[in-house]
Design a protein around this ligand. Structure first.
Ligand SMILES: Cc1ncc(C[n+]2csc(CCO)c2C)c(N)n1
Length: 234
């Protein structure tokens, strides 16, 4: 049976997150069903392409962490601040560690990665995020940053459940395992709950068209980001 979010992980389809996801359906599918994702699942992605992608992704995560740090600053309650802080810590301690470990296996140091030029896909996505994070309120910020969290959660869960995903001898299995692991899944569910809490508090219904536009722009930038490493020099 093909894995579907609505049936196998219904929380993805619920609340404000579910509404945004449904209302960006075409772009959402182009993001999560991208050929790059398929080639990670079957292990056919050339190592060089993954390496270039991961270097760009490492640089992306640094900017993403800066944007999320603004969510701590903008939090109106201690609970808001703790939830944003947990995401920033997870990012800096767990997610970046995967990138660092992969890159170390290719003989690349963190200094090598930090010295790489930023691709246009990376620049467009992170500067869009940072703009919304700085000029919007906490709800704009969390909505703009949500596709990254929810999309990778959905991709991880789907690839983990798909019998066509190659586990043995697939060099990309640690990447899939990270995004389908319990710890990460917990983050995704907490993020979806936070969207509902903030949506109610900041009046999401009345400003839904703007929120959808922010969400969809991030989804389109996510879809484009799979090819962020394509023109990289490394
Ligand atoms: C382009 C791109 N988009 C999403 C993620 C996944 N991701 C990045 S930060 C974050 C939230 C905290 O874990 C998540 C899920 C990625 N690595 N690269």
């Amino acid at each position: 049976m093909t894995w579907t979010a609505e049936r196998h992980w219904p929380v993805l389809a619920q609340g404000l997150a579910g509404r945004l996801r449904r209302d960006s359906a075409g772009d959402w599918d182009r993001f999560i069903h991208h050929p790059f994702v398929r080639s990670l699942a079957d292990g056919t992605l050339p190592e060089e392409e993954f390496r270039r992608f991961l270097v760009q992704d490492y640089l992306y995560l640094i900017q993403y962490a800066r944007a999320y740090a603004l969510a701590i600053y903008k939090g109106a309650t201690l609970e808001d601040m703790r939830s944003a802080s947990a995401i920033v810590t997870g990012l800096l301690d767990t997610e970046l560690a995967l990138h660092i470990a992969y890159c170390a296996s290719w003989g690349l140091t963190e200094a090598d990665m930090q010295g790489q030029p930023e691709s246009l896909e990376l620049l467009a996505y992170t500067r869009f995020i940072l703009d919304r994070a700085q000029t919007g309120d906490l709800l704009d910020l969390i909505v703009t940053l949500a596709p990254c969290l929810i999309g990778y959660g959905e991709i991880g869960a789907r690839l983990h459940a798909d019998p066509a995903t190659r586990r043995e001898g697939n060099p990309y299995w640690p990447w899939i395992a990270l995004y389908s692991g319990e710890k990460f899944t917990g983050f995704v569910e907490a993020g979806i709950r936070t969207l509902d809490t903030l949506g109610a508090r900041y009046g999401a219904d009345a400003r839904y068209p703007m929120l959808l536009s922010e969400f969809r722009t991030s989804v389109r930038l996510e879809a484009a980001f799979w090819l962020a490493g394509q023109s990289g020099p490394l």
